[in-house]
Design a protein around this ligand. Sequence first.
Ligand SMILES: Nc1nc2c(ncn2[C@@H]2O[C@H](COP(=O)(O)OP(=O)(O)OP(=O)(O)O)[C@@H](O)[C@H]2O)c(=O)[nH]1
Length: 493
Amino acid sequence: MKRPKLRKASKRLTCHKRYKIQKKVRTEHHRKVRKEAKKRGRKKPKKDPGVPSTAPFKEQLLREAEQRKQRLEELKQKQKLNRQKEHEKKRKLEAKKNAKIKEKAEGKVIEASDVVLEVLDARDPMGCRCPQLEEAVTCSGGGKKLVLVLNKIDLVPKENLEKWLNYLKKEFPTVAFKSATLMKDKTLVRALQAVFQLSHTECLGTKCLLKILQEYGKTLNKAIQVGVVGFPNVGKSSIINSLKGARACNVGLTRGVTKSMQIVHTDKHTKMLDSPSIIADPSNSALALALRSIIDTEESDSADLLEGIHAILSHCNKQQVIMRYSIPDFENTEEFLALLAQKRGMLKKGGVPDIENITKVLLCDWTGARISYYSQPPESQTLPPYLTEDKIAEMQECFNLKNLEEENNNTVQALKCPSPANSIIFQSAGMANGTIVIEEESEWENLETSKEEETEEEEEENFTESDDDPDNLEEEMDVEEVNQGFIRLLLPV
Ligand SMILES: Nc1nc2c(ncn2[C@@H]2O[C@H](COP(=O)(O)OP(=O)(O)OP(=O)(O)O)[C@@H](O)[C@H]2O)c(=O)[nH]1
């Protein structure tokens, strides 16, 4: 009797049959791949077999090939030169355009102001001075005054600051200033100011600056307009905010935050005019362009940015740079950037250092609020050609210079400064040529708000400002630091 089938028949094949099928699949696949490659055309370039040694006129053929190669290279070189020439032409055209706008725009801010505050970064005061601006104010007639505001004094050693104050006061009345850099969340700021007296919110020199402006207003017997002018990121808006005691103007790590002219009333008799920064002239040195020009994240040429970093590094003490950034010794700028990108975790796919981004971050760092470096004033006082002894006396007239010196001394005493050992020595490139560019049709934007509007704005600000906004990065970091400090202080020790 036949046994009933309990299970399904097994699908097992003999090895011979299985290998045969596998081989067939493989050859089919190869055939298909070859066919497709043939359809697409050859991908690999054919290897040049060279000239066989038996060929007649071999030497002549080789010479001709060499000549062809040379001609091709010459052509490439020519094209490169042409491109460079065009680039240069474009730059010159832009400079001319800026110079044309300058005549009108410069007139606008200077014309509108009774006093012009030229804001200088205390780390490189000479590099922030713009001869075109100083000449325009001192030679404008009409009794306009120019006052230098030495801002970011918290980033240079005390002795260096004193040297600069001594140097600059011989040319223009100079005020030492430290702006309040934490002015985002006003409620938090007020609370912290009241409880912990945090240095970020603390500004120094406000009393002194307001006093000299008010005194000048009194001598003129009218409300005065004060133009705040300077290169990008020197702290123009921060100074106005500090004088106002509130965040009236936008402040940011990136350069060129202020895009239009703005009016802020600090008191009944003083109107501050915040203006977009002076545009550095393309004829400036690479160092001046690196520190004083606006970095456009989309348009800036990465070769120019790299040249900028190279210029900064070559004007610094290498050992101090290595210590400041805690990186190993480096041979050149590219290596420095690669090491720093690795240290900061700025890597692209495959762990490749993101040189482009680290370059931009670094350039912002050098005009921002963190890196401490300092330059020395010139050994002897040489007046710029537009500044005579008479002009100096005219600029100092109506100001109580003795009082100003005392106030500056008080500011210096109250200041917490980095020691020279924690600061990088830097060699300035000297004054930077520039033009004040404001669009012809641009109007003054009145930022004066009523108290109610201010509180509304405040609430809105706290909700609308994106946490990811790179412009607010620093302020965010500060808030975070503050919060951490806050928590630390609240925790039991
Ligand atoms: N440490 C320190 N940082 C400051 C001081 N003043 C301003 N800053 C910082 O410098 C950066 C630039 O300040 P802004 O007030 O935006 O400078 P600005 O000149 O108005 O800049 P633009 O609008 O780009 O021309 C910001 O990150 C500020 O927080 C200061 O006295 N000390």
